[in-house]
Ligand binder design. Sequence first.
Ligand code: PEP
Ligand code: MN
Length: 335
Amino acid sequence: MIIVMEANASQEQIKLVHDRLEENGFKVHLSQGVERTIMGAVGEKTQAMMELFETLPGVERVVPIVQPFKLASRVFQQQQSLIPVGNEVVGDGSIQIIAGPCAVEGREKYLEVAQVVKEAGATMLRGGAFKPRTSPYSFQGLEKEGLKILAEARRVTGLPVVTEIVDPRLVEEVADYVDVLQVGARNMQNFFLLRELGKVNKPVLLKRGPSATVEEWIMAAEYIISSGNPRVIMCERGIRSFEKYTRNTLDLSAVPLIKQLTHLPIIVDPSHGTGKWKLVEPMALAAVGAGADGIMVEVHQNPSEALSDGPQSLTPEHFRELVSKVKRMVAALHS
Ligand code: PEP
Ligand code: MN
């Protein structure tokens, strides 16, 4: 439930409500706004308990949160979460363009493509160092060597880096090298990993599971937030459907839905969302039109030689065209 304090509630009144909540076994999340204090109380509530809290001095009203997610909910926090990453802020109305190859394939190649996407207008770099694939016989990533290359690219370009974390035991180590930790679609409900990410001091990019409902996805975010890390960025990357022309079915309705249901920023990955490079630009533009806070796009110098996801990777030239169209689209939306 949410306890909304009166605008002129005193610190003693706030403390009393806070203490009473804790005595009754609630976990309390304070949100101290300019106007008033709001307390999110997560725990077992009853009608009688809600009525009791409504009688405490300084309490304006008690609102039940009917959805299973609490801390991620718009009801709990009305203002949009702003998540700083390097010099950028995710969620502030700007469009983040996260670009790079599916996997870090080698030092020279990665540093080159990083520079190319930076010059084209990318605001962050992507690249997988740990790549457990559908087949154990496919390329598995450069692992720690890949992390070092990502850190070098970060130094050289000045752009923040996003990479996937697959093992709860490596959270601290990966966090030392990069700016944003990505939870891959297949790990969206790896609850031990989510809990570990709750303890880390870095933003988390949470991909939607291939068969996850919007509610299950938000509950995964709730795991991270309730474990202590509020900096969660949602990422729609397509869900599995009966359609075979595309690798996944990109669910763009998730963008306004996440905005309505939660206060978390959301970005869209049209590369994994479609699996086809020719569909990436139109879906990236559609994502921006739907209100996304950014896009994540795979770019490779030579997609036909990519060790993973070549068919959905853009060439640098196509990426430049995409960025220029995204910028025109943003300008049109703001005009
Ligand atoms: C990725 O972005 O590198 C990736 C593996 O995507 P997903 O987890 O969405 O399949
Ligand atoms: Mn990929």
